[in-house]
Design a protein around this ligand. Structure first.
Ligand code: ADP
Ligand code: MG
Length: 236
């Protein structure tokens, strides 16, 4: 039985002359929540794009469950891997339910999609087109879309963006709760909200201009001098 262990070995990504990722290695153990933080442009979304197969690394390799792996976007859901987009990225011509059904297979697709919407507290919008909804509701729909396929590896790209304090608390409970972490789902979380990152992550990777500058527990990261300088800002 596959466990969902993901390993990145010395990943490098270049876009022309720009080095977006430089020698990034990371082990994402099954059932753990691993945060990826860093200033804008640090390479966080690019890292997700590498794992999703949207960007092919110039250097390095990946393994999934210990086997060499070349990600392909259209094969992710079959492997139990789902991601949310940094924005909201839903199809305007489809209802919320239809959007969430994309990527869910089988006869029970509609029921699974509806259940995911319900767990994210937005089932009442199932028949609505997402373009008419407030941003925070659309972020919940985006989460439901990723959760509906019951992924074993879930990548969340700035899920708290545009959410208020109560909504971020709800998101933290969701990540830590039975729907995600307690069910054994492995989570990769890119996020700027430090309270959320520090409260849900087992381990955090810090990127700066594509380079890994620290990897450790929330406690280690919050007291790491290089991180404080590069990202968190000097203490007041
Ligand atoms: N497809 C692309 N083509 C060219 N440059 C890109 C592309 N995607 C990202 N970049 C550049 O790579 C760097 C890292 O971007 P990104 O991964 O989106 O950062 P983050 O998500 O940490 O803000 C940025 O300088 C960005 O402009
Ligand atoms: Mg990004």
């Amino acid at each position: 039985m596959a466990t969902g262990e993901l390993n990145l070995h010395h990943i490098g990504v270049r876009f022309g002359g720009l080095v977006a990722l430089d020698d990034v290695s990371l082990r994402v153990a099954p059932g753990k929540v691993v945060g990826v933080i860093g200033p804008n442009g640090a390479g966080k979304t690019t890292l997700f794009n590498v794992i999703s197969g949207f960007v092919t690394p110039s250097d390095g390799s990946l393994t999934l469950d210990g086997k060499p792996w070349r990600p392909r976007p259209h094969r992710l859901s079959g492997l139990g891997i789902a991601r949310t987009l940094q924005g909201v990225g839903q199809f305007g011509g489809m209802t919320v339910l239809e959007n969430v059904m994309v990527g869910v297979r089988g006869r029970r697709a509609e029921a699974e999609a509806f259940a995911a919407l319900d767990r994210c507290g937005v089932a009442q919008y199932a028949a609505v087109r997402p373009g008419t909804l407030p941003y925070a509701i659309r972020k919940r729909v985006e989460l439901a879309r990723a959760l509906a396929s019951k992924p074993r590896i879930l990548m969340l790209d700035e899920p708290a963006g545009g959410l208020d304090t109560d909504e971020i608390r709800w998101l933290g409970d969701l990540i830590r709760g039975e729907l995600i972490k307690d069910s054994g789902t492995t989570v990769l979380l890119v996020e700027h909200h430090m309270d959320l990152v520090m409260s849900v992550c087992d381990e955090i990777l810090v990127l700066d201009f594509g380079k890994p500058i620290a990897l450790g527990t929330p406690g280690e990261i919050s007291t790491n001098e290089r991180v404080t300088e590069a990202y968190l800002g000097a203490p007041a």
